[in-house]
Design a protein around this ligand. Structure first.
Ligand code: F6P
Length: 364
């Protein structure tokens, strides 16, 4: 089909590589199809409140290396369950999807490119079922989306966490301390696993394998007895103790986003270790540093390939799909197949086997 005018929005938490995707979509649509490109601002909120901007080859010229998203984003704006804080402090939830679809139609767009993680793509699929020709583009530092080898943003986050570990290694060794690094990833341990392995962590704790404090302490003491009274622990924010719960900073019911904010397991771990052994323990929480800044080369290439392939898919009328990496190719996956699926680290994976084979403790 001939593409005349297409729209793109970025939803959910930001990550490195979003602008590489926006640039690739804009260039592929403009150069390959002479199509106009409309940037929808602030995620789906841009459709609810009619906030858009024109995107051109010129206006996207310098954004390949830029972190964040020039369109803005929110992880609170689900048009099907629009959450608003009322004056009395309560949260109201309304369905604004009809307005969203009507506003999409008014823009006269042939296609909506929805760049996001699981939640955003699920909204994209629901809009598709309401008649919006949607194509999804997979994003998240958590790498927890099914049906794609990698999401863009992930490799950059791993590199940032790996760099942080390199630094903790030298200070930890100098002071003979136990250094804990808490990283993001929600319910998936990918960031923790791969940055832990690449940064030489001695203990890696992930949500998929509840940890046993005694086993963690055993590993630290084993190293101490072997002449290394310092240890590096990588812990995912979603990791939990055997028989325990994930630790949260705020609950779903108090957040406009409607999901709990994970965090605090690193300090919990530090406190538990200190109760058991006489070593200095320090915790660093890496937080949103993993999401900001310039994308690594892998994410620039992946974002560019996903964006350009998404335009090709739109021109072929393949709506209701997500573009995905199935190494070495780009493929299309029905959005329907993603619904409600989160890809966690398989407990019997070679990645975990590799970690344990080289002596990394998984806290079990
Ligand atoms: O999904 C990406 C992510 O960074 C998670 O790893 C993390 O749990 C969450 O978003 C943090 O969200 P927020 O920026 O709303 O605190």
């Amino acid at each position: 089909m001939t593409l005349k005018k297409v729209g793109i929005l970025t939803g959910g938490g930001d990550c490195s590589g979003l602008n590489a995707v926006i640039r690739a979509v804009t260039r592929a649509a403009a150069i390959g199809h002479n199509a106009a490109v409309v940037g929808i601002e602030g995620g789906f909120d841009g459709l609810v409140f009619n906030r858009t901007t024109e995107l051109t080859v010129k206006s996207t010229r310098d954004i390949l290396t830029l972190g964040g998203t020039i369109l803005g984003t929110t992880n609170k704006g689900n048009p099907f369950e629009y959450r608003e804080l009322k004056a009395d402090g309560s949260i109201s939830v309304t369905d604004r999807s009809d307005e969203t679809v009507a506003n999409f139609r008014k823009l006269g767009l042939d296609c909506l490119f929805v760049v996001g993680g699981e939640g955003t793509l699920e909204i994209g699929y629901k809009l598709h079922k309401k008649g919006v020709p949607t194509i999804g583009i997979p994003k998240t530092i958590d790498n927890d989306l099914d049906k794609t080898d990698y999401t863009f943003g992930y490799q950059t986050a791993v590199q940032v966490a790996c760099d942080a570990l390199d630094r903790l290694q030298t200070t930890g060794k100098s002071h003979q301390r136990v250094m804990i690094l808490e990283v993001m990833g929600r319910n998936a341990g990918w960031i923790s696993m791969e940055s832990g392995i690449s940064g030489g962590a001695h203990i890696i704790l992930i949500p998929e394998i509840p940890f046993n404090i005694d086993k963690v302490v055993e590993k630290i003491q084993f190293r101490e007895k072997g002449g290394s009274p310092f240890s590096i622990i990588m812990v995912a924010e979603g990791a939990k103790e055997e028989g325990g719960e994930q630790i949260t900073l705020s609950s779903a019911s108090t957040r406009l986003q409607g999901v709990p904010q994970l965090g605090g397991v690193g300090q919990y771990l530090a406190d538990q270790i200190k109760k058991r052994i006489d070593l200095e323990v320090r915790c660093t929480v890496l937080g949103h540093i993993q999401r900001g800044g310039s994308p690594c080369a892998f994410d620039r290439v992946l974002g560019t390939r996903l964006g350009s392939y998404a335009v090709q898919a739109a021109a072929e009328g393949r709506f209701g799909t997500m573009v995905a990496l199935k190494t070495p190719d780009m493929v299309l996956v029905p959005l329907e197949e993603l619904a409600g699926k989160v890809r966690t680290v398989p407990v019997d994976s070679q990645l975990i086997q590799c970690a344990e084979a080289i002596g990394i403790s998984m806290g079990r």
